[in-house]
Design a protein around this ligand. Structure first.
Ligand code: C5P
Length: 216
């Protein structure tokens, strides 16, 4: 079973995707980490003319070692860098096979990102699109960072998230919208457990309908 989980920055899609992966015993890939690793590889080169070239080279040579430094990868600034390299078509193309191969493992997989249901796995068995209002998303991300001892400027974080959303939505090479057959889950008023229960219910219902030969 392939489960695609998409949604905007800090919508809770990563937490939900890892909860679903645990529940269904499937491998999980946070595809944002791939773009973050490419962003990190070109940190400090944002104004240089060879930014694109460097980002494409980093995407083409990405391996597990680049995904190890979770503190640096999950920093808010790295998210902004990731959204800058994510608009480069060749970067997206270079990361496509890795994501697609991950999805095609024998038992399936859970992938979360922005374009999983639209571009990476348009054939996913279940697609979820996670949504939450901007303030709730900022507050969640702030708490995650604070739990790691990072001092958070909420005003700056809010604007970073908005800036990232705006760039992502205009990405000419992205597919950052809800797929027609994705199930919308708004988590603004849900805690993690309630959101996960709702997501599991959607997956179970969709799979049961499929088994019965109906579409959800
Ligand atoms: O999901 P996360 O916030 O870690 O993603 C960081 C950035 O990477 C996003 O803002 C987006 O620009 C890019 N991204 C993407 N496609 C994906 C996942 C992330 O373009 N599938």
């Amino acid at each position: 079973m392939i489960i695609a989980v998409d949604g905007p920055a800090a919508s809770g899609k990563g937490t939900l995707a890892s909860g679903l992966a645990r529940h269904y015993r499937l491998p999980h890939l946070d595809t944002g980490l791939l773009y973050r690793a490419v962003g990190l590889a070109v940190a400090g080169k944002e104004d240089r003319p060879d930014l694109e070239e460097a980002a494409i080279a980093a995407a083409r040579t990405l391996d597990a070692a680049h995904l190890a430094d979770l503190d640096a990868l999950t920093a808010a600034e790295t998210g902004v860098l990731a959204s800058k390299v994510a608009v480069i078509a060749e970067v997206r193309a270079a990361l496509f096979d890795f994501q697609r191969n991950f999805a095609l493992q024998p038992d399936g997989a859970v992938l979360d990102g922005r374009d999983i249901g639209t571009k990476i796995c348009p054939d996913a068995d279940v697609k979820l699109f996670i949504q939450a209002d901007s303030k709730a998303r900022m507050e969640r991300r702030a708490k995650q960072l604070e739990a790691r001892g990072i001092v958070v400027d909420r005003y700056a974080l809010y604007h970073q998230i908005e800036e990232r959303d705006a760039r992502d939505m205009l990405n000419p090479h992205g597919g950052f919208y809800k797929a027609d057959d994705a199930h919308l889950l708004d988590t603004t008023l849900l805690d993690i457990e309630a959101a996960l229960r709702a997501a599991i219910e959607i997956v179970d219902r969709t799979m049961a309908l499929k088994a019965g030969g109906q579409t959800s």
